[in-house]
Ligand binder design. Structure first.
Ligand code: GLU
Length: 379
């Protein structure tokens, strides 16, 4: 499986059903040790690895003596609080012998919707990876009530993949891929090898929710696939409840591959949106109108620059009233931008002594915040 070998950054999602033994309510240690060896092998190949693992509630309910009884929301949250400690410790225990450090990251859906928190979470995850740590991520179940109702670590994993610019998301499941019909009910169901487009037909074949202990069925997997692929990240659904599932995948085990559908441009914009902003560029009304029409930002329309940025850094673009209109990658450093702001393209060569890049922020390198820009359309 080339994609696995070539991936630079991989998110592996592990569901409760494969990690926790349903009968005993405890972790399948041997399986987890195999997974740790797989993670080590991926890292030896040069890939960054992030693990998104469910299992907190399944482990916690046992400790609290809840057994298989239906839980209230509060009980689920309490079970998650108890189980999460264990969950993180298990990962630490199995990865430590491989000299792999682990860090626990608990996120909520909100962390990916709120921009500041998104950037914070992203930079923590990226810093952990840079430090050689394998982040063990789960939803912050004790506070994320929606997640507990829907059980959505598939979507969380996709968001982690987008957030960290991963190029591959692997959902380890109790089935070996996505089928055209529910394989538990239709003997003639056919596994799809590759999926290029997620349309309504596919959604219809996704069927209902998952098993008792894993709440995410094919529906949430498809949602995850949509999020990941639109951001340029491939996704695999593969059988996880077998020994060394990832090494089996590497040697060609069956799976379903969702190809990244997002045009590179969309993926790039996701990426730009998630970069740390190094400065600010204030533009005049004429430039605001040009941006609202989808044009590039030319030096002529720049009124002031601030911060400390180099060529290629992400900057915030604001209108004359200081309202943010978007972000983009600047083609000039701050010093250069200062010298050429307000200048026409022909004057730039004289000022900088080199042929100009006509745009300060090219339209392809810009993420527009449409609602803010719409106010400039007819001004
Ligand atoms: N976050 C939940 C847990 O750790 C599981 C949610 C899911 O199965 O998707 O128990």
């Amino acid at each position: 499986m080339k994609r696995l070998q070539n991936a630079r950054r991989i998110v592996v999602k592990i569901g409760s059903a494969i990690l926790v033994d349903d009968a005993t309510g405890s972790v399948r240690r041997q399986w987890l040790q195999g997974l740790a060896a797989d993670v080590k092998a991926l890292r030896n190949d040069g890939s960054d690895v992030l693990v998104v693992s469910s299992g907190a509630i399944a482990l916690g309910r046992r400790v609290l003596g809840i057994g298989s009884r239906r839980m209230s929301l509060e009980q689920s949250q309490a079970a998650a609080a108890v189980g999460q400690i264990k969950l993180a410790r298990y990962y630490e225990e199995v990865l430590e012998p491989h000299n792999v450090k682990t860090g626990q990251v608990l996120l909520t859906l909100d962390d990916s919707l709120n921009r500041r928190r998104y950037l914070n979470s992203r930079s923590t995850l990226v810093t952990l990876l840079r430090e050689g740590v394998v982040p063990i991520v789960n939803e912050n179940d004790t506070v994320a009530t929606d997640e507990i109702r829907f059980g959505d670590n598939d979507r969380l994993a996709a968001q982690v993949a987008v957030m960290t610019g991963a190029d591959l998301l692997v959902l380890l499941s109790d089935v070996d891929g996505f089928y055209d019909k529910d394989p538990r009910r239709h003997s003639g169901a056919r596994r799809l090898d590759r999926i290029e487009h997620i349309g309504s037909e596919l959604e219809a074949s996704a069927g209902g929710q998952g098993t008792a202990s894993s709440k995410g069925g094919m529906v949430t997997k498809l949602m995850a696939a949509r999020t990941a692929t639109q951001a340029g990240c491939a996704m695999l659904i593969a059988k996880g409840d077998i020994d060394r599932p990832i090494s089996k995948l590497r040697s060609g085990a069956a799976c379903t591959l969702f190809l990244p559908s997002g045009d590179p441009q969309t993926a790039r914009k996701h990426w730009i949106n998630s970069l740390k902003l190094k400065g600010m560029v204030a533009i005049d009304d004429g430039a605001c109108r040009a941006l609202a029409r989808g044009k590039s930002l030319l030096p002529a329309g720049v009124e002031s620059v601030s911060g400390s940025f180099c060529k290629g850094d992400a900057v915030k673009i604001v209108d004359p009233r200081g309202e943010a209109l978007g972000v983009g990658l600047t083609r000039y450093s701050k010093d250069e931008a200062k010298r050429i702001m307000g200048c026409k393209s022909s004057e730039i060569t004289v000022k900088l002594g080199s042929p100009p890049q006509s745009a300060l922020v090219h339209a392809d390198d810009m993420v527009r915040w449409k609602s803010a820009l719409s106010r400039h359309r007819c001004r």
